[in-house]
Unconditional design. Sequence first.
Length: 681
Amino acid sequence: MAGQDRNRISGRELRNIGIFAHVDAGKTTTTEQILYRSGRIRTPGSVDDGTAQTDWLDVERERGISVRAAVTRFEWRGVSVNLVDTPGHVDFLSEVERSLRVMDGAVLIVSAAEGVQAQTEIVWHALREKGIPTIIYVNKMDRVGADAEAVLGQIRKLLSTAAAPIQAPVGAEADFAGCVELLPMDRESAGGEGAELYAAGFERYMQLLQETVAESDETLLLRYFEQGALTVEELVPVVKDRMVRTELFPVLFGASGRGIGVERLMDAMIELLPAPAGDTDAEAQVAGVVFKLERDPAMGRIAYVRLYGGTIRNRDSVYNESRDAWDKVTQIRKVDGRKSEDVGVLEAGDIAAVYGLNRARIGDVLGTSEGVPGEQRLAVPLLTVQVHWANEAEYPAVVAAFQELADEDPLLDLQWLPEERELHLKVMGAIQMEVLTQLVQSRFGLTITFGAPSVIYKETLAGSGEGFIAYTMPKPCWAILRFRMEPGERGSGLQYLSVVRPEHLLESYQNEVARRVPEALQQGLRGWEVTDLKVTLVEGEHHVWHTHPLDFVVATPMGIMNGLANIGTKLLEPILRFRLSAPEEFGGKLMNELILMRGAFDAPVIAGGRIELEGTLPVATSLDFPARLGSMTKGRGILSAFFEGYRECPPDVDAERPRRGVNPLDQSKWILATRNALSAG
């Protein structure tokens, strides 16, 4: 098929595939079955028993959930597969985000009982934006409440109308007996054993497959109308071609807990998902990305690298473009859960654990960025918490522990305030806080607690105006800056521009200003980050004798804060988009509750005795809503919610955060504090 000859590693074909799902859809169980059936492990582990190969952290084994993305490897039908098992809980979406960057193909698992859930949709949209070919695997067909046709309808409604079954399931729940193949893919003929038992279903699934494929090709569509059907020989090449071009998404069915359908899924991963592209020429320039970090007690930092170009070998010196630094590779290992082997080389298209990259951080580009895909932001922490330690003697160790954890997960955005002896983190939710508490205990032997989480608000400009600073005293110093500041579109972040000529303000000084503007906007008038604005440097002046480059480190925040004070800011709050389903009898109570929380929702849809509501909710008013929903609906309500964006708060909402450090509006104190800090540094 197209794409399968694009790259061969050490003479063997290769795939890089991520497994994604909402929590409890059976993702890790499926991975265990794949490893078992490929001969990689002797017996499949159990998530519930804490014996899963890819859940190797203590906290993962204790809680029975995946917290970190796990890289493993297996071989099937002569093809080597790097498989990344990602967490399914929304609190660990940052791990999913980083894994998406390095995958060439994906398996998205949907539970046959629960259907399409919040995390499923988030990951699906990210896969589509990245253009990653995706197989959809409907798992847990043996579960009570499993309904293949209903879930397939949901998939086509909520994910894509280009989702097409290439199997017809035989039975469901306790009677699930596997699937009838609609496409042989050079294996057994379509139909086969069980087809007669499920003849009506077979015909429905085959019709849906043929219609979906025909709609993607004008010639086939005409033939379908003329003949009323398409042959398997006509379908197979089109399915393979449209799959790689992400214009078609095959749907398979199985029950991974019982091992049913797993080998067919493995076949589909090899047959339908593409091999990686990459230039393995020894002379080609290295181009790779660090997507995961771990720490080994003996070997130090382990950087998981996906290479897109060139070759890295043991003892090579590798350039880190993101850090403008060189590191020497000490070892290159293929890691499989807790086992690893030294392979000594990493070629383009492949993934390995690289030791010795001590300066590396997650997201760093090695060599050149040419050919390396960009980042995609899915995870947006909406809560901030303060860390507390058991006793003062542990304070330095706690700081060091969280600095290490923040290296492994930059989204924690650790803020250490030495003068106040405080540590603050950004988190996704309560589960992440519980996991961090256990992780710090098991890994570092430290007992910590968190303060009450508070919502992360943001600020934006209330209008347009200017900020000005003439920093000319106390000498020696000279930095004059004038900024034009205007509101931007919601979600646009910061746009910075300079229109000052170099003869008025040297380019090196302008570069310093450009670096300092985002820092200056980290704390606005209310203490929150200022966003969605355009800042233009319209006037700048240096002095040939008195100016020092560090003068602009001092001056820029004063000019920006002067502008914020002149213009004023408005408060923005994070908003969730939700989908809520509950028995119709609870509809009135739920709608009233949503209104009290400042929620907005579309007209309710009532079907099958249940009410369906879709709309938006502020994070601040709904923190405890998931817990309350259970008691309000006697456990029969289903809520899925994901971050939509920030919007302006109502006038009666006011939230301030204490400023950290000296406020640049207090110019004399700011100048003194900053100059002292710069001279000390």
